[in-house]
Design a protein around this ligand. Sequence first.
Ligand code: B1M
Length: 214
Amino acid sequence: MFDLTPLTEAVIVGNAPKAKELTQKALDAGVSPGTILQEGLIPGMAEVGRRFEEREYYVPELLIAARAMHAALDILRPLLTASDEVQPLGTVVIGTVRGDLHDIGKNLVSMMLEGAGFEVRDLGIDVSPEKFVDAAREGNCDIIAMSALLTTTMPSMKLTIDALKEAGLRDKVKVMIGGAPITQEYADQIGADGYGEDANQAVWVAKQLLGIAR
Ligand code: B1M
């Protein structure tokens, strides 16, 4: 059995070349991309988060850990996403809300949605309510998916929903939200249609919102 612990460690210490190399080695050894993600990379970022909370790590360590995680994700992304031949289940416009620069979780959700057969338009980080509205207005958008990692940026989700209402677009798109500080209760409070606790659940929620029973 392939040991993913060194990969987890490479993320924790922020060694991007090593994270890349070990991800490729794991794939070559037949480990599935999903297993590498769930059992190698995500536990690494969880430990980074713990060290940050315990003040063993500071922002520079977070940045280099995030860079290592991204290096590994670059290899996994095409393997987790669906082939072009499949008709998309629907289109999701995704972004991290205004003022928030955290994108690792958002990128994972994006990849998992693509992997499940959705077309995903990723607006990136620090996305204003106006940008989400513009994307919804352009059409070909079934779901607006917002991610927030900071308690201070959560209100931007409500502002985006308000802006969609003002633009007369609220009944044309579904809205789903997620991110570490987000809860189902918060989603209900601001009038979002769905909440995903993690990237897997996000896929399930997106399907539910579009009435896809698969
Ligand atoms: Co920041 N940061 N950070 N950070 N950072 C947190 C979030 C924090 C909890 C750390 C802490 O203090 N314990 C804290 C927030 C506190 C709070 O608001 N309550 C914090 C802080 C304070 C800050 C700064 C203010 C620090 C500073 O500068 N003093 C600053 C803010 C910058 C800004 O955004 N304006 C900042 C900066 C950064 C870095 C840039 C250094 C870096 C981000 C790099 C990057 O993303 N490219 C960073 C990191 C790495 C973290 C931690 C350590 C890890 C976040 C992460 O990537 N987790 C984080 C601590 C922690 O989480 N324990 C922390 C891994 C990722 C897979 O999980 O993003 O939760 P997550 O995504 C999950 C689910 O939440 C869910 O699915 C994902 C996969 O399962 N999900 C969705 C996410 N989006 C979803 C959307 C959905 C559905 C599910 O539907 C649409």
